[in-house]
Design a protein around this ligand. Structure first.
Ligand code: FE2
Ligand code: FE2
Length: 480
C-alpha cells in the first residue's frame, strides 16, 4: 500500500490499509449511514443538492495533496488520512521522552487518551451544526463555497477522530463514535462538550471571526496533539493541520475584506471619524467599532477553550507523553519540565498579576499564551488595511481577563484593558465592549444573499484571488 496516495476504491477513501483491516473497515462502514444522516440533518441547510466546487484530499504529499471538482456535498468522499509514519520516531517529551513512539494505546493511559480524542472529535461536527444556516445569507458564491469547504473538512476531521476510536478503543470507542453523532450544538439536553461550540454563529461576520479565532484554537490543540507519543494520533493531527490552514485563511481574509470595504466606503463618503457609526452604517457597511466588539466576543469565548490556567489534567497529559506543547519539537529545554516554572496571570489580592507556577500545571496557560501571539499576527494585518486608508482606528485584542467564563477570571468582571469592574459598572458598560441587540440587528439586516457570480454583498470586498486560481466570475456553487 502506498501511504502517500489514497485508496479510493472502497466506501471509505483511506491511506491506512482499511482493505486489509476487516474489523475496522466493518465498524466504519456501519458508522457511515449514521454519519450521512447526521450530515443531511445537521449539515448546510438548503444546499445538499447543489454542485459545489470543492477540494478533496487525494494524497498526503504536502506538494499537491488536493484536487478540485464539482461535488454534491452528501457525495463528498470523506476519508481517513494520516500523515506518513516517520521511521524511528521517539516520544518527544514527558516521562517517556526518548522511548519509541507508541503504535498501540498504552494500557495505563487509555482513558486519558480516549478523552483527548473525544473532546477534539466533538468540536468538529459542532462547528458544522453552528454554521448550517449561513449558506442562505452568503455574501457571494465564492464565500458560499468557502463555507462548504470548511464544513466538509470539519466532517472529515470527525472521521479522523472516529477512525482512532474504532481502531484503538474497542467497544467503548464504538460507543463514543455513536455519541459524537448524537450530541447537538446548543441543545439544552445533549449539548456539545465545550462552551464556544454551543454558541450561535448567526451572521457572516461571526463566521469569519469564528474561523479566525476558534479554528485557531483548533490549530493550537492539533499542534499540541501532533506531538503526541501515541503515533496514530500524531499522524492524524499532522494531516488535519494541512486542512485547518484553509479555515484560518477564510477567517483572516474574510475579516480583512469586511474592514477593507468599510474603509473604502468611508473614504468615498468623506467620513473620517470611525465613531460616526450612524453615518457609516448608512453606507451599508459594518462600522469598525462593531467589528472590534465582534472580535472581543469571539476572542474571549475562545480563550475559555484552553481551560483552567492551572490544571492537573494538562500536567498529566504532558507528563505521560500524550499531549505536548505548541511545536514542542522546536523548543529548547529538557521537555520534561519537572523543575521548571512558568508565569501565570492570577487574581491576587484583587489585582491581576503574574505568579510563577510549576510549569507542568501551567501548560494550558502556556498554550493560551502561544495562541494570543498567533492571534495578534492577523490583527496586525487588519490594522495595516485601516492605516492604509488613513483612518484613525486600531483593532486590539481585549485583555485575557475580559468576559471569561472559565478559569482564574471567571469570577470577576473586567473591561477590555483588564481593569476590574463592579457588576453594576459591567452591566452599564457591557454594550461598549460586546455587540448589543441593536448591533446584532444591524448586522442581521445586512445579511442578504448574493448568488450572482462575480457579485458581492455591500459590506464585503471581493477577494484578491479566486480559489484554485479561478477567475472572478467563476460559478463556485451551482445552486440546485
Ligand atoms: Fe477541524
Ligand atoms: Fe477547522
Amino acid at each position: 500500500m502506498n501511504i502517500v496516495n489514497v485508496d479510493y476504491d472502497g466506501l471509505i477513501p483511506n491511506n491506512v490499509g482499511l482493505g486489509q483491516d476487516v474489523r475496522v473497515k466493518h465498524a466504519l462502514e456501519k458508522w457511515h449511514p449514521g454519519y450521512i444522516n447526521w450530515w443531511k440533518d445537521m449539515g448546510p441547510e438548503g444546499f445538499q443538492e447543489s454542485l459545489v466546487y470543492l477540494r478533496t484530499a487525494v494524497s498526503v504529499d504536502p506538494k499537491g495533496w488536493a484536487k478540485f471538482d464539482y461535488v454534491r456535498m452528501p457525495k463528498y468522499r470523506w476519508g481517513v488520512l494520516l500523515a506518513p509514519q516517520v521511521e524511528g520516531r521517539k516520544i518527544p517529551f514527558g516521562r517517556h521522552r526518548g522511548e519509541d513512539a507508541w503504535q498501540e494505546v498504552p494500557g495505563e493511559y487509555r482513558a486519558m487518551l480516549r478523552r483527548l480524542v473525544v473532546i477534539q472529535g466533538d468540536t468538529e461536527p459542532a462547528s458544522v451544526e453552528q454554521q448550517r444556516y449561513l449558506g442562505k445569507i452568503a455574501p457571494s458564491l465564492y464565500d458560499l463555497r468557502n463555507l462548504f469547504q470548511v464544513n466538509v473538512e470539519e466532517g472529515r476531521h470527525l472521521w479522523a477522530m472516529v477512525y482512532l476510536l474504532q481502531k484503538y478503543f474497542g467497544a467503548d470507542g464504538r460507543e463514543e463514535a455513536e455519541a459524537l453523532l448524537q450530541r447537538r450544538s446548543g441543545d439544552p439536553d445533549t449539548p456539545r462538550m465545550l462552551g464556544a461550540f454551543n454558541e450561535k454563529t448567526p451572521d457572516w461576520l461571526s463566521f469569519f471571526m469564528f474561523t479566525y479565532f476558534t479554528d485557531r484554537d483548533g490549530k493550537m490543540q492539533l499542534e499540541a496533539l501532533a506531538q503526541s507519543g501515541f503515533d496514530p494520533l500524531s499522524r492524524t493531527c499532522r494531516f488535519m493541520l494541512t486542512e485547518e490552514a484553509h479555515h484560518m485563511f477564510v477567517g483572516e481574509t474574510g475579516v480583512t475584506r469586511v474592514i477593507q470595504r468599510t474603509c473604502e466606503a468611508m473614504k468615498v463618503a468623506g467620513i473620517n471619524d470611525p465613531y460616526n457609526i450612524e453615518a457609516v452604517r448608512k453606507l451599508g457597511v459594518i462600522d469598525l467599532p462593531t467589528i472590534q466588539k465582534k472580535a472581543n466576543l469571539h476572542f474571549s469565548l475562545t480563550l475559555d477553550l484552553f481551560g483552567n490556567e492551572i490544571s492537573t489534567n494538562a500536567a498529566n497529559a504532558f507528563h505521560t507523553g500524550l499531549k505536548g506543547r505548541y511545536r514542542e519539537d522546536r523548543l529548547k529545554d529538557d521537555h520534561q519540565l519537572e523543575n521548571a516554572t512558568y508565569p501565570v496571570l492570577r487574581l491576587i489580592d484583587g489585582k491581576i498579576q503574574a505568579e510563577d507556577s510549576p510549569a507542568l500545571s501551567a501548560l494550558n496557560m502556556r498554550l493560551r499564551d502561544d495562541y494570543v501571539v498567533d492571534c495578534n499576527i492577523g490583527v496586525g494585518r487588519w490594522n495595516k488595511v485601516i492605516e492604509h486608508h488613513g483612518l484613525p482606528f486600531q483593532l486590539k485584542l481585549p485583555h485575557v481577563a475580559f468576559h471569561r467564563h472559565i478559569g482564574e477570571f471567571s469570577s470577576i468582571k473586567a473591561d477590555v484593558n483588564g481593569n476590574l469592574l463592579s457588576d453594576v459598572e459591567w452591566n452599564k458598560r457591557r454594550s461598549e465592549f460586546l455587540p448589543s441587540d441593536s448591533d446584532r440587528e444591524f448586522i442581521e439586516g445586512l445579511m442578504r444573499p448574493q448568488f450572482e457570480p462575480a457579485k458581492f454583498a455591500s459590506w464585503i470586498a471581493p477577494p484578491r484571488l479566486g480559489i484554485d486560481n479561478k477567475p472572478g466570475d467563476f460559478e463556485y456553487v451551482k445552486i440546485a
